[in-house]
Design a protein around this ligand. Sequence first.
Ligand SMILES: NC(=O)c1ccc[n+]([C@@H]2O[C@H](COP(=O)([O-])OP(=O)(O)OC[C@H]3O[C@@H](n4cnc5c(N)ncnc54)[C@H](O)[C@@H]3O)[C@@H](O)[C@H]2O)c1
Ligand SMILES: [Zn+2]
Length: 268
Amino acid sequence: MTTGTPTIPDEVVATVADAGWITVFSGAGMSADSGVPTFRDAQTGLWENFDPATIASPEAWDADPALVWGWYHWRAHLVRDARPNAGHLALAELSSVGAGDDERALMVVTQNVDDLHERAGTPVLSHLHGSLFAPRCSVCDTPYDGPDADSAVEPEGSKHDPRLTPPTCAVCGGAVRPGIVWFGEHLPADAWERAENAFRGADVVLVVGTSGIVYPAASLPERAAASGVPVIEINPEPSALTEVATHSIRAGAATALPALVDAIRRRG
Ligand SMILES: NC(=O)c1ccc[n+]([C@@H]2O[C@H](COP(=O)([O-])OP(=O)(O)OC[C@H]3O[C@@H](n4cnc5c(N)ncnc54)[C@H](O)[C@@H]3O)[C@@H](O)[C@H]2O)c1
Ligand SMILES: [Zn+2]
């Protein structure tokens, strides 16, 4: 977590305040201040011996569905207990603050599989990598909303095996899988198309809390930058998108986004 109020450059404040259409591109760092661990931080407790990048794959599902289901069940449980942070809440204000009667369009394209943007009051246009809360049949794709979809799992540190047998589909009896886009899988065509449209129309792009190394998602801000759209990065650390960013604000989402909203409000 980053402390202290970061200074937002006047040029950034003016660019965002004058934008009619803002597109937000968020990653795991957006939710870090809500206590949802990034992959790097997730190897704790029950899961210390498992590599999340390996679990998030079709190969892992084929080899050990109960391990994969147990992992996402645990992630969903963490997210249920988490709350949107001040960054999510500030984004929810961004469409109206200082905009007079002409509300800005605010399009959120996220790589996150949590629902913290939505719970802060910002609809998500595109969940590029799926959702923890949309399991479906691995055979026939029927959405699953049965009782096991989000019930609690053993707390972290339990001696129990983290595996959890996935429920079965009511239609075909197939195993229910998480509604996540795993490494090596194609992005859902509709989510991708909505994301492309969001970037195509943007006056400014805010890149928040992503390392910018997962493709094709990261190509969206890259292409926007190449076509001359200002790209503003919010991330305490440099990332792969820093070089295409017009400005980088080196602070966490939960401090930088409220500071940006306050600066726009003061500008009037
Ligand atoms: N919350 C979630 O839904 C979640 C969590 C972990 C991983 N994932 C998945 O893992 C993949 C990893 O890519 P990624 O780029 O989203 O995450 P990443 O873990 O690769 O990168 C996280 C980035 O956030 C930055 N960061 C850390 N704390 C921050 C803060 N307080 N404010 C702003 N930035 C902060 C880090 O410097 C880093 O650049 C994604 O495809 C995503 O689907 C999702
Ligand atoms: Zn089925």
